[in-house]
Design a protein around this ligand. Structure first.
Ligand SMILES: *Cc1c(COP(=O)(O)O)cnc(C)c1O
Length: 390
């Protein structure tokens, strides 16, 4: 069990009146994260960025290893960046593509990922979902052939509590020589991740969502066994060494996917966020999040005119719903008026899935482990009021 009171005392954003249900958007940081970031900004103002960074060199070096511990990956497989999308692009643009090769995506592909394939003219096919709404491994098996270079798999979509199967996808893809890149942006920090177990070739995540870290932070893991098949599209003077006037040598480890410049305060904050999670225990956190989401779904399901929209047999901390006769933006605004923070997820972010389910938008509530049962019940009461007023 988590120490709920300590956790709530550690979270300055919890003040007893506001109910925060947007950890899938940008969560509330705990005090150690906030303190680390602000202290570093102050120190930079006192002694300059270089000296301030030098003073924290050990802690900066430990950020990568904290992320590696979280993923059960070797430290040399992790590269830090300024967003999950940046890290995702770093992997995808490094995958060698022969003419005629294509990519497979799932129905819950995230807009930025699809935009990239379309922008570069990379052909893709969509692996259909099974009756539960999760990627259908049997369909994937039929679609895999020697011309599939990559399977782009979203672990947890931005618009529902669905959890896609990973291990099965990896086994099928690897049997046909395809790589698997896991977009773990919505799972990292709420679902316990072990890349050794999952077997993915790449994994990307962000700091600001379920990890409760600062904005402008992200990370990539590259499976060491495939690292030398990937050539980064961009390299700078820290990703590669300028060894002769006409000669460079890229770094052997995943550091070649990092640029030298970064927001040092944010990066230290990411390290503090991961340390905080490791101390709580990712398995306990996953359980606590699932329990809260289940309570919220049960409460919402009991309200007339409210439909919970989460597909999947195995569901995590993202709870989506619609209210008959009230648009999701109105629901969000009405909830905000009652001090309940949620967000709207629109068709544009997950077009294939939303089109298939004929949804224009849903209200998304994402309770983290720091949300109390009483707050969840208050949010349910607020939705009942809004549904009753229509
Ligand atoms: C938020 C999100 C991203 C993008 O993360 P950024 O940190 O904004 O780049 C990617 N995939 C999914 C599924 C997301 O929800």
């Amino acid at each position: 069990m988590l120490d709920d009171q300590r956790i709530r005392d550690d979270t300055p954003g919890i003040d007893g009146s506001r109910v925060f249900l947007d950890s899938a958007g940008s969560s509330l940081p705990p005090r150690p994260v906030l303190g680390t970031v602000t202290a570093h900004l102050h120190r930079e103002a006192e002694v300059g960025g270089y000296r301030a960074a030098a003073e924290r060199a050990d802690d900066l070096g430990r950020v990568r290893s904290a992320v590696a511990t979280l993923l059960n990956a070797p430290e040399s497989s992790v590269a830090l960046s300024d967003s999950a999308t940046r890290s995702w692009l770093d992997f995808v643009t490094a995958v060698p593509l022969r003419p005629g090769q294509r990519v497979l995506i799932s129905e819950v592909e995230y807009h930025s990922n699809a935009v990239h394939f379309l922008h570069r003219g990379i052909p893709f096919d969509v692996v259909p979902s099974d009756d539960s709404g999760a990627l259908d491994p049997a369909a994937l098996k039929r679609m895999l052939d020697d011309d599939v270079a990559l399977v782009s798999l979203v672990h947890v979509p931005t618009n529902s509590g669905l959890i896609n199967p990973v291990r099965e996808v990896v086994e099928l893809a690897h049997a046909r020589g395809a790589l698997v890149l896991l977009d773990a942006c919505q799972s990292a920090g709420q679902v316990n991740l072990d890349v050794t177990e999952l077997g993915v070739d790449g994994l990307t995540g962000t700091g600001r969502k379920w990890l409760r870290g600062p904005r402008g932070t992200g990370f990539l893991h590259v499976r060491p066994e495939i690292a030398d098949r990937l050539t980064p599209a961009v390299l700078d003077g820290s990703g590669a060494e300028w060894t002769g006037e006409r000669e460079i040598r890229p770094r052997a480890d995943s550091g070649r996917f990092e640029l030298w410049e970064c927001d040092v305060a944010a990066r230290l904050g990411l390290g503090a966020a991961v340390d905080y999670l490791l101390e709580l225990g990712p398995e306990r956190v996953e359980q606590a999040v699932r329990t809260r989401a289940a309570r919220l779904r049960a409460g919402l399901s009991g309200i007339g005119g409210v439909s919970v929209r989460d597909p999947g047999r195995d569901r995590c901390g993202i709870v989506t719903f619609t209210v008959e006769g009230v648009g999701p933006d109105v629901v969000r605004a009405e909830l905000a008026r009652r001090d309940v923070t949620v967000t709207t997820s629109t068709r544009a972010s997950t077009r294939i899935d939303m089109d298939r389910r004929d949804l224009a938008a849903v209200t998304r509530a994402s309770p983290h482990y720091f949300v109390s049962d009483e707050e969840i019940d208050r949010a349910v009461g607020a939705v009942a009021e809004i549904a009753g007023e229509r």
